[in-house]
Structure formats: structure tokens, C-alpha cells
Design a protein around this ligand. Structure first.
Ligand code: PGA
Length: 251
């Protein structure tokens, strides 16, 4: 996938089926000619219904918030990649910090999930980002570099070129505290430099790198205006059609 502007809404464990359908309808109606791609990541139970709503809108794509690392079998309560494909999913969020924290997902496990998602022809939205402690210790650049190294740098150039990266500082997620546009730009620039060193300039300049963490209508325009920020992965503000619409319009 070549670099493009993306506004992705991560609904997390919010919205029941009918709320999700209503939200998707409003966002799809709003997104007739957006400047970037709109991606919706509803809960599993709404994926099929949301797909019905958006399937004729080329500007809006469907994402899952996670998938299991195994293709099938005795994993009670889990969702496989083929199940997601069957309901129209094209993107899968991999390595969100909430899953790293609550489900103890390691860089090593995430590397396997990325491989699985790519092998099935879907696009991983790979999340990285540091805690407040690491930010305050000043080691955030190295920390994020290591997350990418351990989960992504085994990929060939042609596979790497397909994925989307989301930088999400944990201290900014759901806290109302946003990284400043300069902090976001600094990290995105250093990620791009790392990609140039590891792969080449074409990969570095061709990868969409989203910012996530308390993106809202009031700050989206400034953050998205930064040279290395290609849009956002939005949690809370993606649950209100008006707010998410304003974020989509801030490209
Ligand atoms: P937030 O969440 O926008 O509510 O901070 C972002 C995310 O976790 O993807």
C-alpha cells in the first residue's frame, strides 16, 4: 500500500450492534469525498453489519481490532483471520497498547500476527509507542525502534511496503493529553529514518505513519499538518460521528 492520509476509528469495546450500524451510516454518509482513506474498526459483533453499510463506499474500509495468531483450532473465545476475511475485513490492528498490556502480547507474538495477516493479503495497522515512564527517561526513540525491530524488521521490503504504522504514545491514549505536534513529528521522523536505514528511502517515504492518542477535532489539523504524520488512529473521538467527521475533514 502506498503512503496515504488515513483517519482510522478504533471503537474498542464500545457500541452495541445497532449503535455501531448507526455510527457507520453517519460516517459513510459524511465520507463521500474525503481527502484521505477512512477506516472503521468496530467490535467483532458489528463487523458484518458495518461492512454491509460501507461496502459500496470506496473511501471507507473495514478493520478488525485484533486477530488470533493461529489459523484455527481449540482457542475458545478467539477470532481467526479467515473469519474476519469472510465478513469483509481488509485491515487488522496489531499490537495496540491495550492488548500489549491486558493480554500480555509480546513483540515476538506480534511478529507472528503480522506475518499471518500479510500472508492472507490483509493489511496490518501496527501499533507502537512508549509509556510515560519511558518518555520521561528519554529512551522513547530507542524503545519504539526496538518494537519495530522485533516485530517487523524480519519482513521483506515487498511485505513491509504493505503495512501501516500507528505511533501511539501510551500516556496520550484516552487521557486527554495529546502529544504535541512537535513530539509526534519527532517520533514519526525518527521512525521514517529508521525505515530508510533498515530498508530504503522508497519504503521510508512510502509508509503511512499514523498518530494516535487523544486526537480530537481541536487538535487534528495541527497534528496532521506535520510532514511525517499521515493521519490518525482515533479512539474516543471516533465514537461521535460529528467529531470523527471533523477529524476526517482536517486533512
Ligand atoms: P484515544 O485512543 O483517541 O481515545 O486516545 C486512541 C487509540 O487507542 O487508538
Amino acid at each position: 500500500m502506498s503512503r496515504q492520509l488515513i483517519a482510522a476509528g478504533n471503537w474498542k469495546m464500545n457500541t452495541n450492534y445497532s449503535e455501531g450500524i448507526a455510527l457507520a451510516e453517519q460516517i459513510s454518509k459524511h465520507s463521500t469525498d474525503p481527502k484521505g482513506l477512512v477506516i472503521l474498526a468496530p467490535p467483532f459483533t458489528s463487523l458484518q453489519g458495518v461492512n454491509e453499510v460501507i461496502k459500496d463506499n470506496n473511501h471507507v474500509k473495514l478493520a478488525a481490532q485484533n486477530c488470533h495468531v493461529k489459523e484455527k483450532g481449540a482457542y475458545t473465545g478467539e477470532i481467526s483471520i479467515d473469519m474476519l476475511i469472510a465478513v469483509g475485513v481488509e485491515y487488522v490492528i496489531i499490537g495496540h497498547s491495550e492488548r500489549r498490556e491486558h493480554n500480555k502480547e509480546s513483540n515476538e507474538l506480534l511478529a507472528k500476527k503480522v506475518d499471518l495477516v500479510l500472508s492472507k493479503g490483509l493489511i496490518p495497522i501496527f501499533c507502537c509507542g512508549e509509556s510515560l515512564e519511558i518518555r520521561e527517561a528519554g529512551t522513547h526513540i530507542d524503545f519504539v525502534a526496538n518494537q519495530l525491530k522485533e516485530s517487523l524488521f524480519h519482513l521483506s521490503s515487498s511485505d513491509f511496503a504493505k503495512l501501516v504504522i500507528a505511533y501511539e504514545p501510551i500516556w496520550a491514549i484516552g487521557t486527554g493529553v495529546t502529544a504535541s505536534p512537535e513530539q509526534a513529528q519527532d517520533m514519526h521522523q525518527s521512525i521514517r529514518k529508521l525505515l530508510a536505514d533498515q530498508y530504503d528511502e522508497a519504503i521510508a517515504n512510502g509508509t503511512s505513519i499514523l498518530y494516535g492518542g487523544s486526537v480530537k477535532p481541536a487538535n487534528a489539523k495541527e497534528i496532521f499538518s506535520k510532514a511525517d504524520v499521515d493521519g490518525g488512529l482515533v479512539g474516543g473521538a471516533s465514537l461521535k460521528a460529528g467529531d470523527f467527521g471533523d477529524i476526517i475533514d482536517s486533512f
